[in-house]
Design a binder for this molecule. Structure first.
Ligand SMILES: Cc1cc2nc3c(=O)[nH]c(=O)nc-3n(C[C@H](O)[C@H](O)[C@H](O)COP(=O)(O)OP(=O)(O)OC[C@H]3O[C@@H](n4cnc5c(N)ncnc54)[C@H](O)[C@@H]3O)c2cc1C
Length: 343
């Protein structure tokens, strides 16, 4: 079962969560198991596709609560924006992650971990939950990543890859940087160590891996300190003529009205994003539902020429494409080299 991949379902989920936003701070750390994640919003697959935006979530919550009452939830929304901005200014961290990932060997210990056969009950449970549902509670992501790195001593890059492969909310920035944060590579010298007592407390005693975890491991040694680069913000565009809007699963929100009247809309799913049948069903469902409402065309993401063919067929003068952030979609679009590219 995946969340219904529509904007209507995203708005329903937001509306259902808003009354509980003030209780979020006290409940958000408890992982009570699949189907019982009531203390958190479950909005991440919708935010990841921008079927609902961070701004809409913030406005909806602030319409019912004071900034003080909803502070913790607003902070978490802001974390996603922060991670994305941070990676945007340090794209070499993404590049380096991909390069070092390609160097890792998939050992028998790795295979035991990704099939949920380590013998550490909580870890194995979360692996099965992730692969079966495409979702993990934030605390479970922290615990799993920490056990992966410090108890099982597996390369963090393979763990980040495992998450990106299965999460419906997979986000290159949040995921890569969260794994690096757990490892102690984001804030030098600071790492996140999963502790049996903490796991027992915040799973309501469902798990107690006492004696099974390495609770005294040092952080991983720093690999490199990335240089901060200036952001390359595109100049304000002045679209004219026949304007096309090209969408992809990272951003299914409508373009700003300042882009003018859109003549034609199309969308595609880069094959690199279709990692599992659950992820594929969610992303394709979200794209198709969005196109249905906009009367747009579905393009074949595996055929780079499909985009140029659509531009020619619609006789477009300008193409509006949201600026993809650092990650798979940006890499894909850079490789496709759009003939007209207005960001
Ligand atoms: C190792 C690791 C990997 C992660 N990978 C991803 C990922 O690929 N994609 C992703 O969206 N989140 C990721 N997170 C962050 C977080 O776990 C999820 O955003 C959250 O669990 C989603 O569930 P929710 O929508 O119910 O969250 P809620 O608690 O209801 O939070 C609301 C929204 O705030 C944002 N958010 C919440 N917590 C965080 C956080 N710690 N960092 C950044 N944004 C946050 C999300 O957009 C989320 O939907 C990762 C965390 C860790 C520790």
């Amino acid at each position: 079962m995946i969340p219904t991949p529509t904007r209507a379902a995203a708005l329903d989920r937001l509306e259902a969560f808003v009354p509980h936003a003030a209780r979020y701070a006290g409940r958000r750390n408890f992982d009570l198991g699949a189907g019982k994640h009531d203390g958190v919003s479950g909005l991440s697959p919708y935010i990841r596709t921008r079927l609902v935006t961070e701004e809409e979530c913030t406005r909806a919550v602030l319409a019912k609560h004071s900034p003080c009452a909803a502070e913790k939830f607003l902070q978490e929304i802001a974390w996603r924006t922060y991670w994305k901005g941070w990676l945007e200014m340090r794209p070499e961290v993404w590049r380096c992650y991909l390069e070092t990932l390609a160097e890792q060997n998939k050992t028998p210990s790795y295979e035991a971990a990704v099939s949920g056969n380590t013998g550490i009950a909580c870890f194995d449970h979360w692996v099965h939950e992730l692969t079966a549902t495409g979702y993990l509670h934030n605390h479970a992501r922290m615990w799993l990543a920490s056990i992966w790195i410090f108890t099982l001593k597996l390369p963090w890059q393979l763990g980040a890859d495992f998450f990106l492969h299965h999460l419906l909310d997979a986000d290159p920035a949040t995921n890569t940087l969260s794994w690096r944060w757990v490892a102690g590579l984001h804030t030098p010298g600071k790492h996140y160590l999963a502790r049996a007592e903490n796991i027992s407390k915040f799973t309501n005693g469902r798990f107690d891996p006492k004696g099974r975890l390495n609770e005294s491991a040092p952080p991983l040694p720093m690999d490199f300190v990335p240089e901060r680069q200036p952001l390359h913000l595109p100049p304000d565009p002045t679209p004219r003529g026949r304007i096309g809007h090209l969408m992809f699963p990272d951003d299914l929100a409508p373009p700003p009205e300042s882009m003018g009247k859109i003549t034609a809309t199309a969308a595609f799913v880069p094959p690199v994003l279709e990692t599992t049948s659950l992820v594929s069903a969610f992303l394709n469902g979200a794209v198709n539902n969005t196109l249905h409402h906009l009367n747009g065309s579905r393009l074949d993401g595996s055929l780079p020429s499909a985009i140029s063919d659509w531009i020619s067929a619609e006789k477009l003068d300008f193409l509006v494409v949201s600026q993809p952030t650092v990650g798979f979609t940006k890499d894909f679009l850079d490789a496709v080299q759009l003939p007209i590219h207005l960001l």
